[in-house]
Design a protein around this ligand. Structure first.
Ligand code: BG6
Length: 484
């Protein structure tokens, strides 16, 4: 069946920077049927031609050398523009009419991608319903909601409820671009496509898990949004929790949306809620030096640009194994990594001298920008008695693959068009995530909030974060991956 993707917020940055380049590259690779149409909707008045021209320029800029005039012209033939205001009911009736014309009254699957300001998500869903655009008797009707999905549990619930008045849950695709990353999916393959790791992947062998999403960038142009959001909403509730769920989940019965998401949700339901003193003891909050002077940041802002959290997942597999999660802006380098730290060998045979204490084994999963896995283990230093040193088995995911071809949006847009929701968040997943994050934000905004540490740009966050780990006799894996 032919497919139409309708993008609300067509004149926005996300559309030109991510959505159109992703659709174009998939078209160029022959992954999108020629009958695919893209219809942009926003308030600006453009003709189809004007929008195509504008997109040709921006797409060229974002896809660089992959841009080819011939394939672009073919793609652009299926690109249309409909001016419309999300708040105007009449505009949705016009849109419905125009879509029927574009589709030449033939049945067609439709995806409504809501890439507008978050305040408009509920209205967009309601208007689609009123105009009869959610009726799926003539082809599938799906809605994609960009992040942020609410700003707390109450707003996420309200948004889920508004959408549910118009669309069934299986029609709703809540996007988290981390799930579209090749290496995140590879983590599932590592765990569930191999037999050698699984027996070790539990409390019997693993001492603790570290998940780090470090960014080098400062808040920059997004300061205004960021200052209202902060690292908990911006990174933990969505991306970091997704990484934690995939690291900790049980093997799903099947690789389909229902089974995968059932297992992920169980992880969040097993997270032990923080209470009382936990808000200070089980977390570290920080702000990089100079943050308050950024344009758009409120004077004396108490918004975190760094946070570390220690969570416990109370189930048979993970009881007693802390998950240390951290993320920050203005850190040493950009790296996303998951480190499984193993227990020490039960009996230390090798004295190893006082100067080189043996370190426990680790599996380091590099998500980005390095993409690979390292297994750290002890080996003997040649010719030095029984002195040990840390060695590493290194594996890189397909070093030859062209990263421009595997951008998360390309994968996710294709999945939506094909109706596969495995890599999208379900309503219960989003709500559970907020249920964990909300009390932390509340405690960290209260008069009794734990101290906000400042940290210099280009380090690994506040010193307090290392000291906090040291209290548990553990150290952060502070390594910027070397990418060849
Ligand atoms: C976004 C956040 O969702 O993810 C940004 O809003 C963050 O603040 C970005 O920089 C990180 O994504 P990636 O793919 O660059 O790791």
């Amino acid at each position: 069946m032919a497919r139409t993707m309708v993008i609300f917020g067509a004149s926005g940055d996300l559309t030109s920077r991510k959505l159109i380049p992703a659709l174009y590259l998939q078209f160029q690779r022959g992954k999108l049927p020629k009958t695919t149409r893209v219809v942009g909707v926003s308030r600006s008045e453009f003709s189809d031609e004007e929008w195509r021209k504008q997109l040709a320029e921006t797409t060229q800029k974002y896809v660089g050398e992959s841009f080819e005039t011939e394939s672009w012209n073919q793609f652009a033939e299926g690109v249309y523009y409909v001016p419309g205001d999300i708040n105007a009911e009449a505009d949705f009736r016009k849109l419905a009419k125009r879509l029927n014309e574009i589709e030449q009254d033939q049945p067609s699957d439709r995806v409504y991608y809501v890439a507008t300001m978050p305040q408009l998500y509920e209205t967009a869903a309601a208007q689609l319903g009123k105009a009869g655009l959610a009726d799926d008797s003539q082809g599938a009707r799906r809605i994609v909601i960009e992040k942020p999905f609410g700003t707390d549990l109450a707003t996420a619930k309200a948004l889920n409820q508004s959408i549910a008045r118009v669309f069934r849950e299986d029609q709703v695709y809540r996007i988290d671009h981390y799930l579209g990353k090749e290496t995140v999916q590879n983590l599932m393959v590592l765990r569930f496509g191999n037999a050698i790791f699984e027996p070790l992947w539990n409390r019997n062998y693993i001492d603790h898990v570290q998940i780090t999403v470090a960014e080098e960038v400062l808040v920059g142009r997004r300061a205004d949004y960021y200052d209202r959001s902060g690292i908990m909403r911006d990174m933990f509730q969505n991306h970091i929790f997704q990484l934690m769920m995939i690291t900790a989940m049980e093997g799903p019965v099947k690789f389909n949306a229902g089974s995968v998401r059932d297992e992920k949700v169980k992880v969040l339901s097993a997270v032990r809620p923080l209470r009382g003193a936990d808000f200070a003891d089980r977390g570290v909050r920080g702000q990089y030096e100079g943050y308050c002077e950024e344009k758009g940041v409120a004077a004396g802002s108490q918004t975190e640009t760094f946070a570390a959290l220690k969570l416990n997942i109370d189930n048979w597999r993970w009881k007693g194994v802390p998950f240390y999660l951290r993320s920050g802006k203005a850190l040493s380098c950009r790296t996303t990594q998951i480190v499984l730290n193993f227990r020490e060998p039960p009996h230390l045979l090798f004295e190893n001298g006082r100067h080189s204490l043996p370190q426990a084994n680790r599996i380091v999963i590099q998500i980005q920008p390095a993409e690979g896995i390292q297994v750290h283990f002890q080996s003997k230093v040649p010719d030095q008695g029984m002195k040990l040193r840390q060695s590493s088995l290194d594996f890189r995911f397909d070093p030859g693959h062209d990263k421009s071809q595997t951008d998360a949006y390309q994968r996710l847009l294709l999945d939506v068009l094909q109706g596969d929701a495995s890599l999208f968040a379900r309503s219960d997943e989003v709500e559970l995530a907020w249920q964990i994050i909300d009390p932390i934000i509340a405690a960290w905004r209260s008069p009794a909030a734990p101290v906000m540490h400042t940290y210099p740009v280009a380090g690994w966050g506040p010193e307090a974060s290392a000291e906090w780990m040291a209290k548990d006799n553990r150290t952060w894996f502070d390594v910027c991956p070397v990418i060849n």
